[in-house]
Ligand binder design. Sequence first.
Ligand code: DX5
Ligand code: ZN
Length: 220
Amino acid sequence: MVTYQIAPSLLAADFNRLGEQVAAIEEEADLLHLDLMDGHFVPNLSFGPAVIAGLRKLSELRFDCHLMTTNPDAYLPELVKAGVDLVTMHIEAIPDPTHAARRARAEGLDFGLVISPPTPVEAVLPFLEDCSLLLIMSVNPGFGGQSFIPKVLSKVESARNWIESHGLKADIEIDGGISTNTIVAARDAGANVFVAGTAVFGEPDPAAAVRDLRKQLEQA
Ligand code: DX5
Ligand code: ZN
């Protein structure tokens, strides 16, 4: 049986009260999605390991760290110290991730790859056996609040077929423009981990927003 997981993205939280915002979704969410940006791989900056380490003290959620940086493997030691559980790296930043995957696992982290909308799914397929998760971006990385790009659903389908036909276990996470309007299409294409920023923290009651997303997933 597939288990569905919801990962609220901190990027959309109120940065004036991050602790409170994480506490609000602690009981409802499965993962906390943490977007690290370096202003180089993407034209934006966000937050780094110090902020993650601060939040680690007040949350027991699994920390899902999406690295939108060049040289993503350089951050591994800091991220381990900060208390991350899963780290994902863009295939566009690290075309041969074999070594980085091994290094992440040696540090005790789960490892995943990320693929941006313009990149063909074939770029990641040969490396899926090294991954516990594949993150398929459904917006161009760098900013929250963008519209879902339906074209990426065919990549979700191809990746799901590849994973099943090769007897692999990787989860498929989708990130960007996920809301109660788009989550079912993503699930039907084969995603089972759903990142939601604006659809959770942009709502007056973030916990209720996570419940609403989960309710959509339960429908046939
Ligand atoms: C964008 C980030 C996303 C972002 C999603 O580069 O990777 O995780 O927070 O935000 P929404 O859900 O608002 O599209
Ligand atoms: Zn993300």
